[in-house]
Design a protein. Sequence first.
Length: 194
Amino acid sequence: MAEMLIETEPTPNPATLKFLPGRAVMPAGTRDFADPEDAEASPLAEAIFALGDVTGVFFGHDFISVTAAPGTDWSSLKPDVLAILLDHFSANMPLFRQQGSAGFSVPAENEDFGDDPADADIVAQIRELIDTRVRPAVANDGGDIVYRGFDKGKVFLRMQGACAGCPSSTATLKNGIEQLLRHYVPEVTEVRAV
């Protein structure tokens, strides 16, 4: 059997490292684990949280982002995370536990806000820009941004993975995403994280 190599990359969030196993992690969508209780859905996420110094695990299309607790030394945590990932992918273990894996689909996009049907065209433009311009860029940084709603000019987005809690995420939101959306969709006045 060929030796598996898992690459790591830093992210703009110094607390988060991105691990690239060289294969698809999530065939579709993403999954964010914010605490050990969330991680019970996935043996892999649970094992990473069990290391103790982990505050977040995020599964992207072809990467896993791991966020360490404040003050954690990555030089001691990284080999442990790599060992767990190697064991998992070498054995081709399932990402999620069987019972009701349908419960692990990406949550409904409008989980937090109901969009006004009158804004349907604006919302369609916003979603398209986020999916084609924003999400691929933040995936490179080990995170994701999910559309959560549009109300009276304000766009609500949720940061996940490396983007959640990243010191530069506010700047990304305000300077990058807000400017992009306002440029293409004049009805947008502001972008907020939820």
